[in-house]
Ligand binder design. Structure first.
Ligand code: ATP
Ligand code: MG
Length: 224
């Protein structure tokens, strides 16, 4: 079985007493170390799908398997463990904590996971070096450029070395050159650590740097 498998995932939302079907039977198989892009117009359900893959939201029906394990029937605490061990998130908004400096932001998931300070600190520094932020360790996020913030967010998502990295339009608010730097950071993580990547993007040039591109349309994924 593939590393990540989605089978007939359905999701609808109730809003103002009306049910709106967003996902209508999404199927997807992703191998370990693969790079996948998901494209599609605004409002089609890309973020919803990413949240379901990341176990932040539950589907109405369908099956999700990660590393051969079904995630449908496990408890919320087991799910939290899977999330911590297997999944890194990079959101469109970076969600860095403004009162913490760069290094502290990246170390934080390590602290929460009970990693030793020294170990987390060393790993955070190495990641920040890798993404060209070695000179920015003690800056507050408000003193960084948009691309630098996003690269810090990627370093933070990678701190616990998740085998799966989910990114929701991480370059949406960036100028082309900065966006390119951010994409290079993802490609580096994939190359150096074999991190499986799922990238939601509106940018076809970036999508083409992945191994496969899927279009989310009418509630299903279509391989382009
Ligand atoms: N909690 C919710 N309650 C009701 N409707 C929702 C909820 N979350 C999302 N939706 C609806 O689901 C649809 C898909 O939203 P989603 O955020 O997944 O789209 P998207 O493809 O990520 O769009 P974008 O490219 O603009 O980010 C939208 O029409 C939205 O209004
Ligand atoms: Mg979205």
């Amino acid at each position: 079985m593939s590393f990540l498998v989605l089978q007939r995932i359905r999701k609808s939302f109730f809003y103002l007493n009306k049910r709106v079907e967003i996902l209508k039977g999404v199927n997807l198989s992703v191998e370990k170390g693969e790079k996948i892009a998901i494209v599609g117009p605004s409002g089609v359900g890309k973020t919803t799908l990413l949240h379901i893959i990341g176990t932040l939201e539950k589907p109405d029906s369908g099956e999700l398997f990660l590393n051969g394990k079904s995630l449908s029937l496990i408890s919320e605490s087991e799910l939290a463990e899977v999330r911590k061990r297997f999944i890194g998130f990079v959101f469109q908004m970076h969600y860095l904590l403004p009162e913490l400096n760069v290094l502290e932001n990246v170390v934080l998931p390590g602290k929460l996971a009970g990693l030793k300070d020294k170990e987390a600190g060393e790993r955070a520094r190495a990641l920040l070096e890798l993404f060209g932020l070695g000179e920015r360790l003690f800056y507050k996020p408000s003193h960084l450029s948009g691309g630098e913030r996003q690269r810090v967010a990627i370093a933070r998502a990678l701190l616990l070395d998740p085998p799966l990295l989910l990114a929701d339009e991480p370059t949406g608010n960036l100028d082309p050159q900065t966006a390119e730097e951010v994409i290079q950071a993802f490609l580096k993580a994939n190359k150096e650590a074999g991190t499986t990547l799922i990238l939601v993007t509106h940018n076809l040039d970036f999508a083409k740097k992945m191994d496969k591109i899927f279009l989310l349309k009418s509630g299903v994924l279509i391989k382009l």
